[in-house]
Design a protein around this ligand. Sequence first.
Ligand SMILES: Cc1ncc(COP(=O)(O)O)c(C=O)c1O
Length: 440
Amino acid sequence: MNVTKVKAPLPGPQGKILLEKWHRFEADVVGFQAPVVWDHARGCVVTDVDGNTYLDWTCGVLVTSVGHCHPHLVAAAQKATARLLNNYESANVERVAAAERLVKALPPHLDQCFFLSTGSDATEAAARLLKRKSGKFEILSFECGFHGRTLHAASMGGMAGPKRGYGPTVPGIIRAPFPNPYRDPYGWCDDGPEFKKYFAHLDHVVMANSTGSLGGVMVEPYQGAGGFIFPPPGWLKKLEEWLRQRGLLFALDEVQSSYGRTGKMWALEHENLKPDVIAIGKAIGCGVPVSAIAATSDLFSCLGKGELSSTLGGNPVASAAVCAVLDIYEREPLVENSAKMGVYMKSRLQEMAATCPYLGDVRGMGLVMGLEFVKDKQTKEPAPELIKPLIVDCANHGLLIGSVGMYGNVIRVAPPLVITRAEADESLAIMAGALTRLKL
Ligand SMILES: Cc1ncc(COP(=O)(O)O)c(C=O)c1O
């Protein structure tokens, strides 16, 4: 039996009132989303204030991987809330447990962590570590990349959106192209696993732009906000080899790729990468605000007392969430389901692409996939104008989706990792229907 039920067109009567009030009192400065006011959610199913039910391919934005409001997580956060909400730069029972649990869940070479609140906090902190350890001030990052909206994080990013209109970015960021198998006019994806042309160009970028103070590299395992761009297999490993040969430090932004999203607990496992530091966010708290960096203790040792600190980082509620989320990963086959359901959903979406004239590319691994929309499959001209109608049409039929991409033309497919075959089939049928109604 289907779980989705929507009285279209959206927004419903309660939703309409709340959306109007929301925009009256809170600045309307976020990106476009389906006109739905969420009331409650469980697993993959969201219910809005008018009683409509939807299947969720958003997870917020890749956050609620264990499923919305997992009872174990809710209970742990409630219990911690009643005892102690905050302390500062101090231990608390939950914080100590969370640190131990997180380190034990990490790849073995990363033997310490530090808790913060947002993904941007984490990438900023990782950048600090690169600079303090190396004693250098330049960082190499990538065009189309996204590491957050605070100034240093946005500066490392390679998307204009978070930077346009705010004047100069942080000095010392050198940006290189990121290989994009769907759009590769210069052949950066050619001749893997050596990628000779690409890495010769990377040397050229550094030679032309560095003042001689390059300390490290910041990269995402796949570019999320940039459009769910997955580099060709072997490229990240080659990048690691390239940077090690040059004595550079390696920061991997796993803010959205970790906790099983790609079908492995950590995306770095796909190519056995050994970064010096990783930034972790989103699913680490599955909805409770918390982030972290994890690094080698050798790397952390470059920081003195008080150099990394945070008002809310390590608070008992967030820390209880870290532990509860890891409990759930130990008890439930989330990572396996991500890998398995990912293969299934991707093949079904690829079948849809074969008959939809605008669905130019279906890509991804595990339960993170991008659907790239184009005006013409030959020219690959981006079709961002299809995205809003598609989001609204899917919502009207019971599926919540969101968009990303340098050109604003990519739909993200990122359901909770608990999605069942029946939920996948029902949501895929809604997408299939919406694609048949899509018109330029
Ligand atoms: C790869 C990556 N890094 C960093 C961030 C920033 O996280 P936050 O919005 O929690 O600051 C994001 C958010 O989407 C992200 O996808």
